[in-house]
Design a protein around this ligand. Sequence first.
Ligand code: MN
Length: 279
Amino acid sequence: MQRALRSIVPTHTVLEGGGFKVRRPVAMGRLMSPFLLLDEMGPVTYGPGEAVGAPDHPHRGFETVTYLLAGGMKHADSAGNSGDLNPGDVQWMTAGRGVIHSELPQDHMMENGGLMHGFQIWVNLPAAHKMMSPRYQDIPSRAIPEITSPDGEVWAKVIAGKALGVEAVIDTVIPITFIHLKLKPGATFVHAAQVEHNLMVYAFGGAFEIGERTLEDGGLGILSQGDALTLVAGPEGGECLLLGGPEIDEPIARYGPFVMNTREEIHQAMVDFQNGTLA
Ligand code: MN
């Protein structure tokens, strides 16, 4: 059964961190489960000295995934991990019981400015894994599988899950689909979807036909259930992220950088952070 475009979540432009411009689809409730947040950072061209990032801040109870398309970021955290993110690289950071980290532009971006574009996605963790030990996967672009369809019409970068017969190398706590797709004008992409998973498409260039409906640039399309997805690119072609995973059927208690199940657990995270025992 083909998945249809059930609803389109509108995108707002907000300023995050120290003035970082992001496009953010805002979905109420658990519409995006298991995802908590999807930010398209930029594209923005900074002048010298203008680039901004997020200095030290804590997280607990979920994962932050950064995928950079242009520019350069450097991340460092309280577990002693650090690394540069360059175009095409992915950092899959599992906060678990707690990390304090910084996400800043690389020195050359600070000094010279330049184009910055990328994504940050927050993946929720089920209660059983919220307090797991933090984990850090820094995957350079060259290690992430990419595939082009035999007719050259569809390109896919398989960050998590599986597409066009290619499997990802990144290990996820719960099964996640995270595919970057580029389709030539009028091209068709067919995906074998896991029936029990939620699936959504974020278009960030061109447009897509999904069944009878059109998903435009900047729209997050929430799909109905089914075992197949067919995306047809519009006359300009299309670029999107395909995101999926299981519904986490648990209460969400959220305060800023902490996402737990209960208010008591949020309070505990704040106490731990103030006492210096979060990370
Ligand atoms: Mn962060």
